[in-house]
Design a protein around this ligand. Structure first.
Ligand SMILES: C[S@@+](CC[C@H](N)C(=O)[O-])C[C@H]1O[C@@H](n2cnc3c(N)ncnc32)[C@H](O)[C@@H]1O
Length: 230
């Protein structure tokens, strides 16, 4: 598939998305698909081809895209019905799903038992604390140097906590970003386990320290105004 063909596949999926998720918690929910911004799918389509080794936490339109492109893909989701709906969608749309390996389990169970190098990881599974951080830790360590990490739903608290670290670490070079998702290139390899002494860039001022600095600065400003006469 050429890049143009992969981008055309994105537009086809956006126009006719798979129906995968219950959209509300009621007993009779409307069905739809939780998805990210179209530009994130276009980014994936530009970055991946049928040689790319990909993994995502969560399932949805992105899974159909990885299948349509033909990446060597692993999809981790605890939702068996989601998988069945996606497989029915592949069949009905003539998408070859044979390169998609579904691991039907929550990511904190699935990812620690995974192995093998990856080229691209999409983190969009469980969004409660600390799930995105666990996903980054276990799937991110399998990314080769130059591999791509995509994180969705940046405004959610647990994702913000992850970003508070990743944004400070220049071993994750920013590639593209919107308010909803961000992509990084990995500039390291192997395990992400390290001690805090190996992370001198990771400095988060405690709220008390910030307030203290503000108080001192305001006092200095008031004093300067008094001395200088307004
Ligand atoms: C926002 S949707 C994913 C949307 C998809 N990436 C897309 O672009 O269409 C979140 C997915 O995460 C799955 N999920 C929820 N908890 C999870 C967990 N603990 N581990 C892995 N996946 C989880 C949900 O079942 C759902 O499929």
């Amino acid at each position: 598939m050429t890049v143009a063909e992969r981008l055309a596949a994105v537009e086809r999926l956006l126009a006719d998305p798979p129906v995968v998720h219950p959209m509300d918690p009621s007993g009779d929910p409307a069905m739809g698909v939780w998805s990210t911004e179209p530009d994130c799918y276009r980014f994936i389509a530009r970055r991946c081809d049928d040689t790319t080794r990909t993994l995502e936490t969560g399932a949805g339109l992105s899974t159909a895209l990885f299948a349509a492109i033909g990446t060597h893909h692993t999809c981790v989701t605890p939702g068996r019905p989601e998988v069945e709906r996606l497989q029915a969608y592949f069949d009905s749309r003539g998408i070859d799903g044979s390169r998609v390996a579904f691991d039907v389990a929550p990511s904190h169970v699935s990812l620690p038992r995974g192995s093998g190098e990856l080229d691209l990881v999409l983190i969009d599974g469980g969004h409660g604390f600390p799930m995105p951080i666990l996903d980054w830790f276990y799937a991110g360590e399998r990314l080769r140097p130059g591999g791509v990490l995509i994180v969705d739903d940046l405004p959610l608290p647990a994702v913000r906590t992850l970003m508070a670290y990743v944004d400070r670490d220049d071993r994750w070079q920013p590639l593209e970003r919107t308010e909803k998702w961000a992509a990084f290139e990995r500039r390291s390899s192997g395990s992400l386990a390290e001690d805090w002494t190996q992370q001198p860039f990771y400095v988060v001022h405690p709220p008390g320290a910030k307030a203290f600095v503000h108080r001192v600065m305001n006092k200095a400003r008031r004093e300067a105004r008094r001395v200088l006469g307004g």
